[in-house]
Design a protein around this ligand. Structure first.
Ligand SMILES: Cc1cc2nc3c(=O)[nH]c(=O)nc-3n(C[C@H](O)[C@H](O)[C@H](O)COP(=O)(O)OP(=O)(O)OC[C@H]3O[C@@H](n4cnc5c(N)ncnc54)[C@H](O)[C@@H]3O)c2cc1C
Length: 349
């Protein structure tokens, strides 16, 4: 009989299971997909926090301040722990002056954690909670469930920019056990992607994100304009998701093509979209790119306390645990890491 059952072998689940094993527990890890790593394995893998606590509060004003404080205070130690497990660091900065953190190699991070966890039961989803063993839900949110996204987020169809298996299983299991809902069920983090006429392959999810809205004029199919203000494009993605077809068009003047967005110029990002087959043309002396909103992770979900507890004998971490980024965006990998560790420690007490 195990001491702990973990649902999900993505960031939060692998972290929780690795920490539990470190504390001497016998852990069973269920994974719905055919590989470990979840969306973490597809991600840019920048695990970060705001440099200043006040910035975190003002960027995510609707989030639970107790959970936010935990993530903010404990992330640096948790990052050092990840490194001590052999997770390979790509760079020790985020490229954003507001934030601090570490970029890991996602494949190496998945392997380092999986080694510590031992067996992961692939293709074996948790469908029912165990009666007398503590369980941690880390199934990665509900963005993969069309019906739940339609009910809570938008009736328009979004591109799924995430693993295909995170479909609200954790939310369902937690509600059945009597857990509550967090704030911000209608909120999500995502990107506006080049509007390809075909599905994306996983390797394109980072490179074909069109992340330069503040250097463009943005309009919908009816020609109505939106004025992006947020540094992360968070506002324009939320807006696009609620426009007809979840589509928008970015008009970029020639003098903006040389603007840098992280390691690329706007012109290079557009060229990558054009080469992949996205609609890019010239209109009114500008380059015009069609984009479509994509959902990476839901931000609302199960309500948890400062120990990650959701209900009797039940914990949640990662995107399953909602209400941390409400009103904005903070690193989902960071909260998965911190809450995953806390949940494991508390569940074994
Ligand atoms: C392209 C891309 C770039 C990103 N870049 C960043 C970034 O740089 N920084 C950042 O902070 N975040 C980033 N993210 C978001 C981040 O990867 C996710 O939010 C994060 O992985 C969430 O962790 P998680 O453990 O909750 O979910 P996941 O890592 O997705 O793991 C959830 C796991 O649960 C499994 N599962 C689902 N249902 C069940 C079930 N019933 N039983 C068992 N297993 C189940 C899934 O198959 C999956 O493996 C990015 C995501 C993508 C896709």
């Amino acid at each position: 009989m195990p001491n702990l059952v973990v649902a999900g072998a993505g960031m939060a689940g692998l972290v929780a299971a690795a920490r539990a094993r470190e504390l001497g527990a016998d852990v069973v890890v269920h994974e719905k997909g055919d590989r470990p790593g979840g969306s973490m394995a597809l991600s840019s893998c920048v695990v970060w926090r705001y440099r200043e606590w006040e910035t975190f509060r003002s960027e995510c004003p609707g989030g639970d301040p107790v959970l936010q404080r935990l993530v903010w205070e404990r992330l640096d130690d948790a990052l050092a722990w990840l490194e001590s497990l052999g997770a390979p660091v790509v760079v020790r900065e985020t490229g954003n002056p507001r934030t601090t953190g570490v970029r890991f190699d996602p494949r190496g991070l998945t392997e380092a954690l999986t080694r510590r966890v031992g067996e992961v039961r692939l293709g074996d989803p948790l469908v029912e909670l165990p009666a007398d063993v503590p369980a941690i839900l880390a199934t990665g949110g509900f963005q993969g469930n069309r019906e739940l996204v339609r009910r809570h987020v938008t009736t328009e169809e979004l591109i799924l920019r995430a693993n295909p298996w995170s479909a609200g299983d954790g939310l369902r299991l937690a509600l059945e056990r009597g857990a509550g809902l967090s704030e911000g069920l209608d909120e999500f983090y995502g990107r506006n992607m080049a509007a390809l006429p075909r599905p994306f392959v996983p390797g394109e999810l980072v490179g074909l994100a069109q992340v330069y809205a503040r250097h463009a004029l943005v309009e919908n199919a009816r020609g109505e304009r939106f004025d992006p203000q947020h540094w992360s494009d968070l506002d324009v993605v939320q807006w696009t998701a609620r426009q007809p077809g979840a589509r928008a068009w970015y008009l970029v003047r020639d003098d903006a093509l040389g603007e840098r967005v992280r390691e690329r110029t706007v012109g290079e990002i557009i060229e990558a979209a054009r080469q992949a087959g996205a609609p890019v043309d010239r209109r009114a002396g500008a380059t015009r790119v069609e984009v479509k909103a994509a959902i990476t992770t839901t931000l609302g979900g199960i309500r948890v306390d400062e120990r990650g507890r959701a209900a009797e004998g039940l914990w949640a971490a990662g995107a399953d645990a909602g209400g941390i980024s409400t009103g904005g965006w903070s690193s989902a990998l960071a909260s998965a890491l911190v809450l995953g560790r806390i949940a494991a420690e508390d569940a074994l007490e």
